[in-house]
Write a protein that binds this ligand. Structure first.
Ligand code: TYM
Length: 342
């Protein structure tokens, strides 16, 4: 495969990560996890990571972090990732990520980091008090990807800017050292649900940090909770349109239709062709039934897997050893390029 810059050949390899902070929600599932499973099932070598080092860029209670890491691993497996086929591990077990991140800290520019919207959103007006790790976050993310020479990264829309920065870091490293060593990674942002919105406000992203639990569907919610949250989701008084154009300026309606399309694996056009003209009073119960049918088996499997934490830890350890076997030679070559004596 030739990268976008017309450079060296790289074998296709998928990498992506999710933070083990707070609950896994429907946005993570539709925007990321479900698509990880599709990549795995297409036979592409896939590496998936619980990014615990990214999670601590904001304070995490240690016991909660341990639990969230294992629960996220259980979520990956319950959603269909097979630890024999894909590599599943937590970031802190493969030190090469942070070693490469340091080198990238010396490649990336302050201005690049300052432009990141997620930094601006998360640090807010209190930048002086935010952690240095939160500022350098995208450089570790670039290292996560490039330490495997990953070529494709499935993510939701909100990670697009970080992936552009990953490309900038690869391009600058290759240029500064006169090599074609790091691939220019392709973001893979596809499907009807690359940006699932809050159920309470169609202009806001569904997020684990939203203070309102009613704004999101958690992967651990039971059937009644899922149905209640969908019933109470904000909508407008109009019926569903029969074409996607009719969703312009109707963010809440668009969000629910996108969710329905992604869960039922249909296009938005196909959904509206079938359901155009329906009132929300009829559509919401259909959406709730569909969500319960798709999510309940995942949440009950997560609960089952969480009963054997030693087995989860064993899977993560095994994944980490396989990840390290790919990362170590790439980091060694990076050190040679940079001029480190070893
Ligand atoms: P995180 O943990 O915030 O989210 C994990 C994945 O879920 C997607 N996502 C969404 N997709 C659609 N709608 C939403 N409302 C929604 N909310 C979250 C995210 O886009 C993401 O794909 N920085 C990353 C983690 C990371 C990473 C990486 C990702 C660290 N290193 C390397 C890819 C490659 C993050 O905080 O994702």
């Amino acid at each position: 495969m030739t990268d976008a810059a017309g450079g060296a050949e790289f074998t296709p390899r998928v990498f992506s990560g999710i933070q083990p902070s707070g609950n896994l929600h429907l946005g993570n599932y539709l925007g990321a996890l479900k698509r990880f499973v599709e990549a795995q099932n297409n036979g592409i070598e896939s590496i998936y990571c619980m990014v615990d080092l990214h999670a601590i860029t904001v304070w995490q209670d240690p016991a909660d972090l341990r639990n969230a890491t294992r629960e996220l691993a259980a979520g990956f497996i319950a959603a269909g990732l097979e630890p024999q086929k894909s590599i599943l591990f937590n970031q802190s077990q493969v030190a090469e990520h942070t070693q490469l991140a340091w080198i990238f800290n010396c490649v990336a520019r302050m201005g690049w980091m300052q432009r990141m919207t997620q930094w601006k959103d998360k640090a807010g007006k209190n930048q002086q008090n935010a952690s240095l790790g939160l500022f350098a976050y995208p450089s570790l993310m670039a290292a996560d990807i490039l330490v495997y020479h990953a070529t494709h990264v499935p993510v939701g829309e909100d990670q697009k800017q970080h992936l552009e920065l990953t490309r900038d870091i690869a391009i600058k490293f290759n240029h500064d050292y006169g090599v074609e060593f790091f691939p220019i990674t392709e973001p893979v942002i596809e499907g009807a649900a690359t940006r699932v919105m809050s159920l309470r406000d169609g202009e806001k992203k569904m997020s684990k940090s939203d203070t309102s639990d009613a704004s999101r569907i958690n992967m651990t919610d039971d059937a009644d909770t899922i149905a209640r949250k969908i019933r109470k989701a904000k909508t407008d008084p109009d019926a569903l349109p029969s074409e996607a154009k009719g969703l312009d300026d109707r963010p809440e309606a668009r969000n629910l239709v996108n969710i329905y399309a992604a869960l039922s694996e249909q296009s938005v056009a196909a959904v509206l062709h079938e359901l155009g003209g329906k009132q929300f009073s009829g559509f919401k119960p259909m959406l709730a039934d569909l969500a319960v049918a798709k999510l309940a088996p995942i949440s009950s499997e997560m609960a089952r897997l969480m009963q054997d934490k030693a087995e989860i830890d064993r899977i993560l350890q095994d994944g980490a050893a396989r990840a390290r076997a790919i990362a170590t030679p790439i980091l060694d070559r990076t050190y040679d390029i940079v001029g480190m004596v070893r």
